[in-house]
Design a protein around this ligand. Structure first.
Ligand code: PLP
Length: 281
């Protein structure tokens, strides 16, 4: 596999990152995952803008990544992924390497930029038949709107879901459902599409935005509003939304069936529209 590190393409097993890297020591970094469908990136500009916005919020010494698009395209090409149906590119930026100190390193310290690409397969069975989720208390920090690499609460919660035979854990903060560990969440009730509003506790998902647009095109009413745990459990349909999960129906939460326990009509309609959107770019 050919990866990218600080301006160079090299075999992934030759990538060397300093033990002083602030990503390693402090999780002081940001990342993006961009999906390619038949060699076409899905919403590339939106991913770059989210990264640049994160870099501004974290006060990185560089907040523009003009190389982003080209690195992604090159990795797809160099890894022979132009012809596969779907691939992902992972792109990470950290505040760079400097002797360990809480204080930011000198402003001339170069950021560390690392990226790799690989083929990616959708979880077709889960998308067709639906899957389970669990609810967990949201113990993450106060800036989940930034896509930082500090994902320990997410990985712990996700593993808890896997251990319970579910595919996602949904974070609940003060009785309100926020998002999944690697997805946004939405609910259908009475034909209306509900999703939590963009606050500091929710990542502004690129797929979430695309799905909202698909709803509007299909004349489905969208309400970006707080979703209580009870509202979620009594929904007609629940789905998780994201770059990797795309639109996956959630048919069981903490063992309780949602609606009929089968993927709902509106979820399936959005899945079909999303497939058309991603495969006719
Ligand atoms: N929320 C979290 C916590 C995520 O990690 C992700 C994606 O990884 C999402 C939501 C969905 O975002 P996107 O659609 O941009 O992939």
């Amino acid at each position: 596999m050919i990866a990218f590190l600080n301006g160079q393409y090299l075999a992934k097993d030759r990538v060397c990152i300093s033990p002083d890297d602030r990503g390693f020591l402090f999780a002081d970094g940001l990342y993006e995952v961009v999906r390619f469908y038949h060699n076409r990136p899905f919403r590339l500009r939106e991913h770059r803008q989210r990264l640049e916005n994160g870099a501004r919020e974290l006060r990185f010494n560089r907040c523009e990544f003009p190389e982003f698009d080209e690195v992604l395209m090159n990795l797809i090409e160099k890894n022979q992924l132009k012809r596969v149906e779907s691939a992902i590119v992972y792109f990470q930026v950290t505040r760079g390497a400097a002797p360990r100190s809480h204080r930011f390193p000198p402003p001339e310290t170069p950021l560390t930029v690392y990226a790799f690409a690989r083929e990616f397969f959708s979880a077709v069975e889960e998308q067709e038949n639906g899957a389970g989720a669990i609810l967990v208390e949201d113990d993450r920090w106060g800036h989940c709107d930034l896509k930082t690499i500090a994902l320990l609460p997410n990985t712990l919660a996700h593993q808890k879901a896997r251990d319970a035979g579910a595919v996602e854990a949904l974070f609940v903060r003060q009785g309100l459902v926020q998002e999944g560990t690697h997805s946004n969440v939405a609910v259908v009730k009475g034909g209306v599409f509900y999703t939590p509003p963009l606050t500091r506790h929710v990542l502004p998902g690129i797929t979430r935005q695309a799905v909202i647009e698909l709803c509007r095109e299909a004349d489905i009413e969208v309400r970006e509003t707080a979703i209580s745990k009870n509202f979620l459990l009594e929904a007609d349909e629940v789905m998780i939304i994201g770059t990797t999960v795309e639109i996956t129906p959630i048919v069981r939460i903490d063992g309780k069936l949602i609606g009929s326990g089968r993927p709902g009509r509106l979820t399936q309609k959005l899945q079909a529209a999303f497939f058309r959107l991603t495969h006719n770019m």
